[in-house]
Write a protein that binds this ligand. Sequence first.
Ligand code: 4AD
Ligand code: MG
Length: 452
Amino acid sequence: MKRTKIKELLARSAPLDKVLVKGWVRTKRDSKEFSFIEVNDGSCLASIQVIVDAGTPGSDALPNISTGAAISVSGELVTSPGKGQAFEIRSHELELVGVAPESYPLQKKRHSDEFLRTIAHLRPRTNKYGAIMRIRSKTSHLIHRFFEEQGFFLIHTPVITGSDCEGAGEMFRITTVKGTTPASEDFFGQETNLTVSGQLSAEMMALALGDVYTFGPTFRAENSNTSRHAAEFWMLEPEMAFCDLVGNMDITEALVKYVVSGVLDTCAEDIALFANFVDKTLMTTLTSLRDDAYVRLAYRDAIDILQSAKKDFEYPVSFGTDLQSEHERYLAEEHFKKPVFLYNYPKGIKPFYMRVNDDGETVAAMDLLVPRIGELVGGSQREEREDKLLERMKELELPEEDYWWYLDSRRFGSVPHSGFGLGFERLLMLLTGITNIRDVIAFPRTPGSIEF
Ligand code: 4AD
Ligand code: MG
């Protein structure tokens, strides 16, 4: 008999004579004649109740079936007399697949996030972390679906690179293991790093295919031990030819709305868990993200707002300040109470590739700031004019010869183009109300942590 996922069983409209369910025991209660076992198979938040009576084949294993054990149950899907669920299973046959002795760390009680981080290999078996992983998967699919519908092409950009796209020097260097292969410099003929952004490669593809996106692991050696930074995170990076900064913000806004709406529709049960137990304001935040128009504000005007805010910031701001999370959150959370695009940042705090505005002082950059998180997206219109790009590279002392291929794209059929990067884990924090990036990624890589 073929195994059926619990999600499918609970969505049925009628009982069934024969079903086979496999999963992990959440709890077991025994009475004289019956045992009641709650089984979860990861397909959905809900567990299904299995009723085993004393004579059932395999019931001799009951004493060894405890929280955490894996079991296989065949039986009849019947209408449940109890309140909670529509169906339960009357077992015809029970098999203990894998025992879980008393040392199983996830005994039925509430565990702190800090503790669960120390058992990252087991935490997806809890309601909360199972829900996060399902939402993560769904969100990823929704992103792909959005771009597929918009006619974008998915491209795969390299993980090993020789350049530092962001110019911040926050890279992990790659080296070979001594004795087995030549040193990395000999292997590639130069020093190499793990990518901090696929943007420069994506630009080359956009200038051939029109609209493209890359979505993959990204690495930053920022030693900031914050709740919003990971050393390895996933970044979505769309890149659009013949697109200016306004078009860039339009696509960002449409994407975020599409994803929020899709998650609300397809992950309702999992989202409700977070709305009930993690963040009471979650539904308000999500409906606002889906329905409200996002604010668009020039950086210069944001500085005015921050300077006249009746709030003691740890860091004061003036034109040229790289905004801190406290400022970003103030704007989105307290001042506007909705997502805010800031655009036209001072060029001194932004990378070489951003298009210089006519004022010569600012660049066509945009960040999307959202409540609770701060920066969710960073993007820009790119500098498509070869002479201006060379000028910027000179100012920043970037060697022209290293970028010959990038400069080629400005020599041969250059066009205005734009793109952005969205931190996937930050999006998941926004969707779930979770406040620590370590809790939305299965095996987080942060300073001092690489156990799993
Ligand atoms: O603003 P960033 O640095 O922009 C870029 O890398 C551009 N090259 C993107 C582009 O235009 N194609 O990073 C983009 C986003 C940030 O807004 C943030 O959400 C996320 O990536 N991010 C991180 N997320 C988790 N951990 C980190 N250490 C992150 N650094 C950036
Ligand atoms: Mg940024």
